[in-house]
Design a protein around this ligand. Structure first.
Ligand code: NAD
Ligand code: TDX
Length: 329
């Protein structure tokens, strides 16, 4: 099978390509990535030599290029996006362009060739849950996005669904919770914290720090996408989440400090993010019961592994760190 992956030089896309070529060595992957600030070929150094892998630098907004690449593809797996909520608050336009118009451009090409389209989306499209409640997002939760990022992802989800209903395009969607692990850009919470601490700085906690995310190790997300690509039902959405059990940002910071042998005085409380969603939690019963998927990597153990990875791969993140911090100044 020939898979056109978009955004494969980003965090989850690069982990996915490495995962897929290992698990499905007979398949061929073409990685279309624009190499924005978030795209990094250094994340794929070991993969580059694989004869079943090809990289194309280009944008999902380029209809002509996308049309050419779709000619030889059997399916599309779509990761490419502007993905950072803080950047979407500072400059929403790129999010509308890439996440909505870019997805539209890919869907148009997929429709002409009639090839299956898998869309990678987020739990953030459902908005916020109450702190302290036991409620979780399910496949039936109404959309209520609160940031330009999540609104643009919601728009892309709706387009994907509409192409299935209107044109009969074979589609699947996964809405996943917060990922962590190797090759995540140092602008995101966990790598920002680890890299700041390695450099003798402090952890920046937004607001009161009592915000809750549902954390999933990136490899488990790749396994979930595999389950859906292999056995998922045409037209269906699957929610994907972790087993981190309502841990607050502050408690994650305390865990990282403990792992790194540091104390709580390394925490700085900074201004809150506007429109900051209080709590996310994902009910992943459907993908478990229908496709046999469940997370395999515990949060505690793989948080330690992630700290180790950032300690041991400073040449990967150092060139990105200054640019990552520039948005916070
Ligand atoms: P990322 O920001 O690390 O990577 C995005 C990649 O897309 C980069 O390589 C970038 O160069 C590329 N890209 C951006 N605009 C492009 C364009 N116009 N054409 C081609 N390539 C372009 O993002 P990520 O964290 O790896 O997220 C990947 C996908 O997963 C996104 O769709 C995101 O919404 C979704 N998602 C992320 C998380 C998470 O926790 N990171 C959770 C759930 C869903
Ligand atoms: O320095 C920080 N301090 C802090 O307290 C940063 C960068 C973040 N935070 C908080 C905000 C959130 O409550 O930590 C939490 C996680 O923040 P991010 O890493 O920016 O992730 P989030 O906003 O939850 O979105 C992520 O998960 C869902 C990804 O960036 C999205 O692409 C994905 O869809």
């Amino acid at each position: 099978m020939n898979i056109l992956v978009t955004g494969g030089a980003g965090f989850i896309g690069s982990n996915f390509i490495r995962y897929w070529l290992t698990e499905h060595p007979q398949d061929v992957i073409t990685n279309l990535d624009a190499l924005t600030y978030a795209g990094n070929l250094a994340s794929l150094k070991d993969v580059e030599v694989n004869p079943n892998y090809e990289f194309i630098q280009g944008s999902i907004l380029d209809a002509e290029l996308v049309g050419q690449l779709v000619e030889t593809a059997d399916r599309i797996v779509h990761f490419a996006a502007e993905s950072h909520v803080d950047r979407s608050i500072l400059g929403p336009e790129a999010f509308v362009e890439t996440n909505i118009r870019g997805t539209f451009t890919l869907l148009e090409a997929a429709r002409k060739k009639k090839i299956p389209f898998h869309h990678i989306s987020t739990d953030e499209v459902f908005g916020s849950l109450e702190l302290g409640s036991s409620a979780k997002f399910t496949e039936h939760t109404p959309y209520q996005p609160n940031s330009p990022y999540s609104a643009s992802k919601a728009g892309s989800d709706h387009l994907v669904r509409a192409y299935h209903e209107t044109y009969g395009l074979p589609v699947t969607i996964t809405n996943c919770s917060n990922n962590f692990g190797p090759y995540q850009h140092p602008e995101k919470f966990i790598p920002r914290m680890i890299t700041d601490l390695i450099d003798g700085g402090t952890v920046k906690i937004y607001g009161d720090g009592l915000y809750v995310r549902d954390w999933l190790y990136v490899q488990d997300h790749c396994r979930a996408i595999d389950a859906v690509l292999t056995n998922g039902k045409n037209g269906e959405t699957y929610l994907v989440g972790g087993m981190s059990q309502d841990i607050s940002n502050k408690d994650i910071a305390l865990k990282v400090l403990e792992i790194m042998g540091m104390s709580e005085d390394k925490i700085t409380y900074v201004a809150d993010r506007p429109g900051h969603d209080r709590r996310y939690a994902v009910d992943w019963t459907k993908i478990h019961d229908e496709l046999g998927w469940q997370p395999e990597h515990s949060f505690e153990e793989w948080l330690k592994e992630t700290v180790e990875w950032y300690k041991n791969n400073q040449s990967w993140w150092r060139p990105l760190k200054e640019k990552a911090e520039s948005i916070y100044k």
